[in-house]
Design a protein around this ligand. Structure first.
Ligand code: EPZ
Length: 417
């Protein structure tokens, strides 16, 4: 599958963004904890959500979907395995480990391999689950877990504020015996959204979104419904898509406080930002200015998921920008594809040195991963002539119908299957 993009048109208009992939996935995993129906609204139509639904069905859940509402009936969960196929299809399936262990007291998962952006170890997840009383054996690619006496609350300090480990700990602790005090927890908005859903279902989580979170275990959770928050990464990606073309764009359902680290970077490029509590309006200059230095950090720092879209944006800015990736060790694979489009970027250690060029030229390129794939789209929207982007299944993992949204803003883009 590929995108054909004819660059050079200014992208302007008003859009709403999809529900957050990185919120919907842990919330769908959380539905395993509820012996009844959970109704999740605003689930994006993306292939990672399709994969999560298939895993829930594999566990014995009855899952129905109407438009962007997913209803999960987890009354009868029987299977506790995640096969190699399912794990390789979506490595964030590791988020099901905590809830399965909590509910069934055992789990047998194929270990999630690395992916295009790094080794993606899960040592922090397993270390924390052992602290909660799980017996875990890792052998020949299989993770065998047992907690016959159930999980027990404990004091846990994460050496790194891992998003996934924080989520797995919340999912494992809400029905554990006793209280868990988690310090150096991830503070991403998706953690707050997961905790909101769990608390709506009867959990007792205090301080989600802060560095220290307290979870008081409860016997059981009950049915609830929840609206997934808007996807901050997708929203910012479309701001960048308009900014590179000299357009102006309004996003009417985003939460601006989720992007506090991004707005100053856009303003340094010369863009103007206006915001209300629930919307953002961006207008952009004819030629963007460089950004001296951006480094990715855990929330509330600049998000690693925007590193590649930002590098694409800066590839045509006037001057030299430096973008440093501090979260993943291999998140620059897309740069060689940007260079094929005429960008002048070199990678030195964990930094990309971006010498802005006046023009990019359309050609054939390949998406390497989800966000790096969209970085190529952003560059193609500016490039002179036609760009073919191959392997767009990477993009479909996290962006719902990207070509429809971009066309609504005036882009000349076609999906070729
Ligand atoms: C989540 O991944 C997101 N995925 C990622 O989004 C996002 O980039 C990342 O958080 C950081 O914000 C989902 O939410 C599904 P981490 P996760 O655990 O949980 C190391 C996207 O594009 N680490 O915070 O895997 C790890 O190797 C995706 O939507 C360990 O060393 O991120 C990485 O260097 C990509 N041991 C760093 O921590 C562990 O046990 C951050 O990882 C866990 C993580």
């Amino acid at each position: 599958m590929k995108f054909l993009i004819e660059g050079g048109k200014a992208l302007s208009g008003k859009i709403s963004v999809q529900g957050s992939k990185n919120s919907a996935l842990p919330i769908l995993a959380a539905t395993l904890l509820i012996k009844g129906k959970s109704v999740i609204h605003n689930c994006p139509k993306i292939t990672d959500v399709d994969a999560a639904i298939d895993i829930l069905k594999d566990f014995g859940c009855v899952v129905t979907r109407s438009d962007r509402t997913v209803t999960v009936d987890a009354s009868y969960v029987k299977n506790c395995n995640v096969s190699d196929y399912l794990m390789r299809r979506m490595r964030s399936s590791i988020l099901f480990l905590g809830p399965v262990l909590s509910r069934l007291k055992k789990a047998r998962f194929s270990s999630p391999g690395g992916c295009e952006i790094g080794l993606r170890p899960i040592d922090l997840h397993l270390w924390a689950l052992r602290l909660l009383g799980a017996e875990i054996n890792e052998k020949s690619g299989i993770i065998d877990c047992k907690a016959e006496k159930g999980l027990k609350g404990n004091r846990i300090h994460l050496s790194f504020p891992s998003v996934g480990a924080t989520e797995n700990i919340l999912l494992a602790c809400v029905c554990a015996k006793g209280t868990t005090v988690l310090s150096n927890a991830a503070r991403e908005p998706e953690i707050i959204d997961l905790a909101a859903f769990l608390n709506e279902s009867g959990a007792h989580i205090y301080g989600a979104g802060e560095s220290t979170v307290v979870i008081v275990g409860t016997d059981s959770l009950h049915s609830a419904s929840h609206n997934v928050i808007a996807d901050r990464i997708v929203g910012a990606t479309y701001l960048f898509s308009s900014a590179i073309t000299g357009g102006e764009i309004e996003i009417d359902n985003i939460i601006p406080t989720h992007l506090e680290s991004v707005f100053p970077v856009l303003e340094e490029t010369g863009c103007k930002i206006k915001r209300t509590d629930t919307s953002v309006f961006l207008s952009s200059p004819e030629r963007l200015s460089r950004v001296k230095s951006v480094r990715t950090l855990p929330f509330p720092g600049f998000p690693t998921d925007l590193q590649s879209p930002l590098t694409a944006l800066l590839s045509v800015a006037e001057g030299t920008s430096v973008v440093t990736e501090n979260i993943f060790e291999n998140r620059y694979k897309y740069i060689s594809e940007l260079v094929r489009l005429g960008a002048n970027i070199r990678v030195e250690g964990s930094s990309a040195i971006v010498d802005g060029v006046k023009k990019l030229y359309g050609t054939s390129v390949c998406a390497t991963d989800l966000r790096g794939g969209f970085a190529l789209v952003i560059a193609a929207l500016k490039a002179q002539g036609e760009t073919v982007i191959n392997n767009i299944h990477h993009i479909d993992r996290g962006y719902e119908a990207a070509e429809k949204t971009l066309s609504s803003l005036g882009a000349n883009i076609k999906r070729i299957t």
